[in-house]
Design a protein around this ligand. Structure first.
Ligand SMILES: Cc1cc2nc3c(=O)[nH]c(=O)nc-3n(C[C@H](O)[C@H](O)[C@H](O)COP(=O)(O)OP(=O)(O)OC[C@H]3O[C@@H](n4cnc5c(N)ncnc54)[C@H](O)[C@@H]3O)c2cc1C
Length: 280
């Protein structure tokens, strides 16, 4: 009898051993002990890869690791555990209190089915340039916390974790304003973060996704600018962004010059919106 198997199918998944550690140390030890092993959180990307035929002999499922999905205040920051799902970020009272813009914008990510299973850590570690997690965290000036067999580590968002490292959490300064423009997806997406000191900008950061092989962050020269004056500065800063952004990708979706120009356009739009909010 002829059996039809699609190129991407459950039937393509090669046999694998499933490990279910309950601590970070156990998860790291399992990964180190099994060459070719991969961590799995919600499994959306990982199972997808296995359905395309990628052989992963050992899957280290992180769903039972204690504390990995916790969301909590940490001093002046919000700590989001790598295992927190997109849905739990949207629903968290702590996120709503400390970073209301993040809570309001995160329903933009995917659809309800993906948000209930997919995690922030999986989103960041999937390494997909078009995903929202890394540009948003770049804009927010977040720090990533991880663990390796050699000990814990802390790196700025946007930096790659070493191979074999387990991402444990993202630490985000509370109160940061966050705005997004995803209207030109899949060519380019832009997230703007503004740290404020009173009614002035303390730091302004743009996180760009889908335009480069990995998300790119730009610190905007706006420190000290009154928030209400951001609209007036938007055209000049937009032009600065178009010049300062590293050379974007050129592919079948958009050319590099188009992406460069649109990086400036999206920055300008976001600053106009932030300025209007500052006036209100
Ligand atoms: C239809 C659809 C629409 C989508 N739309 C959007 C969108 O609009 N915006 C957006 O940003 N994303 C979008 N996504 C992507 C989605 O957000 C990610 O697929 C999801 O967040 C991945 O999380 P996961 O927990 O399932 O990751 P997994 O599949 O479990 O893991 C992904 C990768 O990360 C590694 N990993 C997972 N957790 C850790 C950890 N703690 N430490 C180290 N490595 C780890 C795994 O080994 C694997 O390599 C979409 C996906 C789909 C299918």
């Amino acid at each position: 009898m002829t059996r039809l198997v699609g190129l991407r199918s459950h039937a393509q998944i090669a046999p694998f051993r499933l490990h279910q550690p309950t601590t970070v140390a156990e998860a790291l030890a399992l990964q180190a002990a099994h060459p070719g092993a991969a961590f799995m959180a919600g499994g959306i990307d990982l199972i997808g890869r296995m359905k395309w035929g990628e052989v992963i002999p050992d899957v280290v499922h992180l769903g039972s690791v204690a504390g990995l999905a916790d969301i909590a205040q940490d001093g002046a920051s919000l700590r989001i555990g790598a295992g927190a799902t997109h849905a739990s970020i949207v629903e968290s009272r702590t996120v709503a209190a400390l970073l209301p813009d993040l809570a309001a914008l995160w329903p933009l990510v995917a659809n309800p089915r993906i948000r209930f299973a997919g995690t922030l850590g999986g989103n960041l570690m999937a390494g997909q340039a078009g995903y929202d997690g890394m540009p948003a965290l770049l804009a927010l000036g977040a720090t990533l916390e991880g663990a390796t067999v050699a000990g814990p580590l802390r790196i700025a968002a946007g930096t790659l974790l070493p191979p074999g490292a387990l991402l444990t959490a993202a630490l985000i300064p509370a109160g940061t304003w966050l705005l997004a423009d995803r209207s030109l997806k899949p060519a380019i997406i832009a997230w703007l973060g503004l740290a404020l000191a009173g009614d002035r900008v303390a730091a302004a950061r743009l996180g760009l996704g889908a335009a480069h092989a990995t998300a790119v962050g730009l610190d905007l020269p706006l420190a000290g600018t009154p928030v209400s004056a951001l609209g007036a500065a938007a055209a000049e800063i937009g032009a600065w962004v178009a010049g300062a952004v590293p050379e974007p990708l050129g592919d079948s979706i958009a050319s590099a010059p188009y992406r460069r120009r649109m990086a400036g356009v999206l920055a300008r739009r976001l600053l106009i919106r932030a300025g209007a909010r500052g006036e209100g």
